[in-house]
Design a protein. Sequence first.
Lengths: 112, 114
Amino acid sequence: DVVMTQTPPSLSVAIGQSVSISCKSSQSLVYSDGKTYLHWLLQSPGRSPKRLIYQVSNLGSGVPDRFSGTGSQKDFTLKISRVEAEDLGVYYCAQTTHFPYTFGAGTKLELK
Amino acid sequence: EVQLVESGGGLVQPGRSLKLSCAASGFTFSNYGMHWIRQAPTKGLEWVASISPSGGSTYYRDSVKGRFTISRDNAKSTLYLQMDSLRSEDTATYYCATRLFAYWGQGTLVTVSS
């Protein structure tokens, strides 16, 4: 199985601060079609997960452009510019290149 | 507006069965692969199973293979998860999600306990 290693496990931030979350996979996430199926999700407290970024760097529908994703092969980063209160929750990276699909353990973003 | 509404969860004894449903609306259901993902209490996300748009291809994680069956009825825009021989470790909130995890339902809680 592809292991997704997310760091840090938690972040304490002030509103308006910028943060980055890292996600490293144990195998390349480039699929045979040349695309990389690495996605970022946010689970706000008590809510279902919501997709923020798909295929490394594509912004999901209705997602503010304060969110951005970069990376390739096995090394990926989610950046949040100017954190707002609604951004708090647990962030997950997920890969849908290889079965079984796997998720990172999550990064909890809290208010300082 | 895309909507996914799961149902069918509840309390069930170990070894018994349960069938979850996910009613989809707001998109052409038959065009998209679908997934079931679960989340044990206070834990992270775990992929369970996926199905192709036609239903002709299915995929499972090893721990549910042979016990769970994913299926779909494109005429009813509904996704299913038949869960047999349930174990305590299957206790979780079960979510259905669309291709590339674009949309998620609200989840349905399955508790396996005697």
